[in-house]
Design a protein around this ligand. Structure first.
Ligand SMILES: *Cc1c(COP(=O)(O)O)cnc(C)c1O
Length: 227
């Protein structure tokens, strides 16, 4: 890690935190109402270290296997890391995910709810669970249909999942705000306090519309290598 790369990462982190704090303040929310999750998918460990050195502790990954390779050693060096899974989860990876992650944002179907229920019962782990909603009703996109949310939520609660909130990725290349507002309404209607929404291009908007977790990758790390 060259010194300039490290200071670049710290500078970007400070800028994102400042933007978030300003957006929260405009909406009358305290700055600590929004958790910044640094999405470190495809970033090697030595690209993550500068953010850890700068005090960042919440990180997100989208692949269980990649996270298993990178994070145990980083966690040994830095106390207090909170790891979020934001990518699609296969049922056969559920036990590994439960062992490693402190929060799972991508719960979007009955089979996954059932697999998670079993994995939690067999472990002493209680990761925060977010149900992912296909908020723009897009084909091929992860997330349960809006109309299917009530049933999935009941099922998840019955299966013993600690469901804390909703997560969504709005359609690309459109104004995200209406989708964020819709997700916030759904969460409120269902008594869920947490909202995982907002990425590099729109985290400021999300923070103004009630996000409790924003998932920011490129704005912190710069461009990703193709996966
Ligand atoms: C990659 C990813 C992000 C971060 O995206 P950026 O645009 O790089 O900030 C957020 N959420 C999910 C689900 C992702 O896969």
């Amino acid at each position: 890690m060259r010194q300039t790369e490290a200071s670049d990462a710290a500078t970007r982190l400070a800028a994102v935190r400042e933007t978030l704090a300003r957006a929260a303040a405009l909406a009358g929310r305290p700055a600590d109402a929004v958790t910044l999750i640094a999405i470190s998918k495809t970033i090697p460990a030595d690209g993550i270290v500068p953010l850890l050195e700068a005090g960042q502790r919440a990180f997100g990954e989208n692949r269980v296997q990649e996270a298993q390779v990178k994070w145990p050693a980083l966690r040994d060096r830095y106390a207090g890391v909170v790891l979020h899974l934001v990518g699609q989860l296969q049922s056969n990876k559920v036990a590994d995910a439960v062992a490693l992650f402190d929060a799972i944002h991508s719960i979007d179907r009955s089979s996954l709810v059932q697999a998670l229920g079993k994995a939690l019962a067999a472990s002493n782990r209680r990761p925060d669970c977010f149900l992912q909603v296909n908020i723009g009703d897009e084909p091929q996109k992860g997330g349960c249909a809006i109309a299917a949310l009530p049933a999935l939520l009941s099922e998840a609660r019955a299966a013993g999942l600690p469901v804390v909130g909703l997560m969504a990725v709005p359609p690309a290349d459109t104004e995200a705000a209406p989708y964020f507002a819709l997700l916030a309404k759904l969460a409120k209607d269902h008594g869920l306090a947490q909202l995982s929404m907002g990425m590099s291009g729109d985290y400021e908007t999300a923070a103004m519309l009630g996000a409790t977790h924003v998932r920011v990758g490129t704005a912190l790390f710069g461009g990703r290598q193709p996966a």
